[in-house]
Design a protein around this ligand. Structure first.
Ligand code: MRU
Length: 345
């Protein structure tokens, strides 16, 4: 494992991406957990490639990355509208990406007539504000979420919602951290999260680093675990929350919500308000990213399926609001009926 002081950090916490001396330092999440590689990106095309290929992933983390990507575009003298379009087109479901880009473009519009140095400073400051606000939101989310859990809690989670998926600290994972710090957490059961294995590769990596007790489960084991009466809550992140509370998250989240309802277990969506999209009325209107069938047929170059097999590979599913016990944000816990029409949260 790489020495802690060689990993990127922001505001004193481990961060998957930071801007430093005219370039971006990024932990390559496709190399984890075998290798800890910190990439140095200095071109917008490299940033777009990193988001598309999931070297950086997780809704808030790709928002922060795009914000720094716009700073890089400005440094390189590129047309910022084109840079914004390129970055916006990398992944469609996570609304934090478009949200961060729009925020950066607003700053650009407001400050573009100032000197080049002042404009550059204003853009970098805005990107760093987006980053700092995300970490602060996650810390608040952690506190609200930990209060929802009983003592000695056992929790199922999916995908990776930790520091790696955010500006730092984590969303659903941030709740696990806060609950662990409060001495309330007995056991975490992360789903391995086929096909990209964010649970097995990334959440397990973070849980080990943070010394939080866990047992990794295959995605299909969640029902059997709940049936044993072992689980107190399911905590999942979100990539986009529609105005009515329907929430898109990693494929497999929807079936966890149904299982939780069947077993009478609270199911919480945990996300900053930057993940709420008041312009999308309901889940049916959320664009779901379709990824290459190779991710299913031959994950990480290891072919399981016979030659000639085809696959369906949506990256996300939508959990209907009626299955969500509460949406935990930095502004508190929202309960049904959810109405996010007027502004974020
Ligand atoms: O495809 P990914 O790995 O980018 O998907 C990420 C998720 O679905 C996370 O659960 C979600 O972005 C919340 S991350 C804080």
């Amino acid at each position: 494992m790489m020495r802690e002081d060689r990993l990127p950090s922001f505001d004193g916490v481990f961060a998957p991406v930071v801007y430093r001396d005219g370039g971006i330092d990024m932990v390559d999440q496709t190399a984890l957990p075998e290798r800890t590689v910190v990439l140095r990106l200095t071109e917008v095309a490299e940033v777009a490639e990193a988001i598309r290929t999931m070297r950086v992933r997780g809704a808030p983390a790709i928002g922060v990355t795009a914000a720094y990507g716009l700073v890089l575009g400005l440094e390189r003298g590129e047309d910022l509208i084109r840079v914004a379009d390129t970055l916006r087109g990398t992944r469609p479901t996570a609304v934090n990406l478009a949200w961060a880009i729009d925020r950066m473009l607003e700053t650009f519009e407001r400050r573009k007539d100032e000197s080049a140095a002042d404009l550059r400073a204003a853009m970098l400051a805005e990107a760093r504000r987006i980053h700092a606000e995300d970490i602060a939101a996650n810390r608040a989310i952690g506190r609200y979420g930990a209060d929802l859990l009983p003592n000695d809690a056992s929790v199922v989670t999916i995908c990776n919602t930790g520091a790696l998926a955010t500006g730092g600290y984590g969303t659903a994972y941030g709740v696990l951290r806060a609950a662990h710090e409060a001495g309330k957490l007995a056991m975490v059961y992360p789903c391995e999260t086929r096909p990209r294995l964010q649970g097995a590769r990334l959440t397990a990596w973070e849980l080990l680093r943070d010394r939080i007790p866990f047992r990794l489960i295959v995605d299909g084991a969640a029902g059997a675990l709940m049936a044993k009466g072992k689980i107190d809550a399911v905590l999942a992140g979100a990539d986009r929350i529609a105005a009515n509370g329907d929430s898109a998250n990693k494929i497999g989240t929807y079936q966890l919500a149904i299982l939780a309802r069947h077993h009478g277990i609270p199911f919480y969506i945990v996300a900053p308000t930057s993940t709420i999209d008041p312009d999308t009325p309901d889940g049916a209107r959320i664009e779901i990213e379709q990824r290459s069938e190779d991710e299913v047929l031959a994950p990480y170059g290891c072919r399981f399926a016979p030659e000639g097999a085809a696959a369906w590979n949506p990256a996300f599913d939508v959990t209907p609001a009626e299955l969500i016990t509460g949406i935990v944000t930095e502004r508190g816990v929202f309960r049904p009926p959810y109405r996010f029409e007027e502004g974020r949260g």
